[in-house]
Write a protein of this length. Sequence first.
Length: 271
Amino acid sequence: MKDILTAPFLKEMCATTANMYRLGWDERNGGNISWLLDTDEVGEYLDLNHVIRTIPTGFDATALIGRIFIVTGTGKYFKNVTDDPAGNLGIIRIAQDGTTAELLWGYTDGGQFTSELPAHLMSHIVRRSIDPDNRIIMHCHPDYTLALTQVVPADERAITRVLWQVMTESIVVFPEGVGVLPWMVCGTNEIGEATAEKMKDYRLVVWTLHGIYGCGKTMDEAFGLIETVEKAAKMYLLAAAKPQLNVITDAQLAAVAERFNVNYRKEFLDL
C-alpha cells in the first residue's frame, strides 16, 4: 500500500486550498471543495474495506452510491490543510443506503465534511448527468465577486454582461454566462437544490452577497473559471467610478465567441 500523503490528489488538494487562502478567497473557515476520485487510484493508498466510521450526509445521494470523494472539513481553515491534511480533509464513500458517508481516511480530530456537502453532492449529480467527466465542485468567497453583487442587479444577464464586457477572454472561458441566486441562508438543502438547478445551465453559480460555486473536470478547470470571474469583477470595479470610455460591444463579443468557436448564450447580447 502506498503512502496516502504522496497521493497526487492529496497533494493537489493541499496546493489548491493553500493558494485559495493566499488569494483571500477562503477567509477563516470559509469555502469548501469536493473532488470525485477514481476508486482504483484510491485503492492504491487505502484499504477500501476499512471504514473508520459513518457520518449521515443529510441528503439522499443514491445516484452516487459507492463513489469516493475527498472533501474539506467543516470548521477547517484552508491555511492549515498543507500542515495537517488528515485533520482538515476526509476521504468518504457514499454508502449503500445513499444517505450515509463511510469515512475511509481523515477528519482525525473527530470532525466531518463541510456542512455544504449536500449542496456539493446535488451539484455533482447534476453536472455528471451533463458531463460524466465532471469531478470537482468548488465554493469560495472571492472579494471582487462579492462586491460586484452589491452594485449590479442579482440577475444572470446583467452580471454576465458586466463580466463579458470588461475582459476579452471572459466570453471564451464561460460562454454560457454565470448563474445567479438571490441571497439565501447557507448550509441548507434549499440553497443546494437551487444551486444544482442552476448547474443544469451554468458551470458557475454566484451566491449574492456570499460567494461562488464552480465545477470542472479538473481542479484547474474549476479554479480557472472562478479565477476568471474574479479578475473580470475586479476590472469592472476598479473602473466603475470613472467614465466608461471603452467597452467590448455586443457585436465584438459575438465576434470573439465565433473566432474561438464557443457556444455562447446569445440571449444575453443585443444583436
